[in-house]
Design a protein around this ligand. Structure first.
Ligand SMILES: [Ca+2]
Ligand SMILES: [Ca+2]
Ligand SMILES: [Ca+2]
Length: 317
């Protein structure tokens, strides 16, 4: 009996070791938005090129016990408007094979109509360089469908995918983007969805990025190959009615390497280079400063402390 207990505990220890090794190489992170943000994730509200740079507006979001509820408001990343609110992202390093990002949310239109109301997944380098995969209201017939958008240098185009339409009653969707393993890393992105019609998760389309000659989606290529920001977003596309729609996000999940807080240069480790960057930029003010770790538009003690406290931290913990 004693022998068996020892054997079992050895097996358990070995399994734990394997788990640790696997998760270090390919860490999955998830925020269930259960009444608060997961404190292990360094969510940021900043959107380079947007005004305000720090997009948080706490009067327009709250938590239920199981969702993050964002009440939309006028403002958009579209074209040169760049005046969106509550843009929520995580900084990530270069992608690895088998990467994915996924979210599920409910879009409560609250009677809104006549505008391209959108909510979904965001890839962000700048308010004029981003890619979105989203649920969208067709303002002409009230149906919902899945759309995509890409903006480069403020030039806005379709992101290469659009679904058929369905009744607005089916307003809870799961959206997933993942690696297309048959192609080179960073070259193709698979789009998947579940619109709650009982048919489960299904493939929508595989989108080539700008790593494939002739394709324009530079943001997908650049974030996958070099890192950037991923997250969730909402957009009213000009709607200014009385009652605002609300997007209730149930979770966000990814296995892309999340950069630790304080990783100023985005190389997946907080070290001397980040410390020096903050010291040299100390006292600088304004938007879009990489050394402004907490996004309050000044490089000061608070940013320095974040770097010091997370000194040695790496992607995946
Ligand atoms: Ca823009
Ligand atoms: Ca670093
Ligand atoms: Ca700061």
């Amino acid at each position: 009996m004693r022998q068996m207990i020892i054997t079992k505990s050895k097996v358990l220890a070995a399994l734990l070791l394997v788990t640790v090794v696997v998760s270090a190489g390919n860490a999955q992170v998830r925020d269930d938005f259960d009444g608060a943000f997961n404190p292990a994730l360094s969510w940021q509200w900043v959107a380079p090129g947007n005004t305000p740079y720090h997009t948080e507006d706490s009067t327009h979001y709250s938590f239920s016990p199981s969702t993050l509820d964002i009440v939309m408001q006028p403002g958009t990343l579209t074209l040169n408007e760049n005046n969106a609110h509550n843009i929520l992202t995580l900084r990530v390093g270069p992608a690895q094979r088998g990467w994915y990002i996924e979210t599920r949310f409910t879009l409560d239109l609250a009677g809104a109509s006549g505008a391209w109301v959108q909510a979904g997944l965001l890839w962000l380098l700048h308010a004029d360089h981003y890619y979105t995969y989203h649920l969208v209201l067709n303002p002409f017939n009230g149906n919902l469908f899945l759309g995509t958008a890409h903006e480069e240098n403020g030039s806005f185009i379709n992101g290469g995918a659009q679904s058929s339409e369905w009744s607005p009653n089916l307003n809870t969707v799961t959206l997933r983007m993942q690696d297309y393993l048959a192609g080179d890393l960073g070259s193709y992105v698979e789009l998947w969805y579940d619109n709650g019609d009982g048919n489960g998760m299904r493939w929508l389309i595989t989108v080539p990025t700008a790593a494939v000659p002739g394709w324009p989606f530079t943001v997908l290529r650049d974030v996958l190959l070099n890192g950037g920001r991923i997250g969730i977003y909402t957009d009213l596309s000009g709607y200014t009615g009385e009652v605002m729609p609300m997007a209730s996000f149930d979770y966000f999940e990814t296995n892309l390497p999340i950069l630790p807080a304080g990783d100023v240069n985005g190389d997946c480790i907080v070290d001397d280079a980040d410390l020096l960057a903050v010291l040299f930029a100390f006292g600088q003010t304004g938007a879009n400063l990489a050394e402004d770790v907490n996004g309050d538009e000044v490089v000061d003690d608070a940013d320095l402390l974040t770097v010091l406290f997370s000194f040695g931290s790496q992607c995946g913990g």
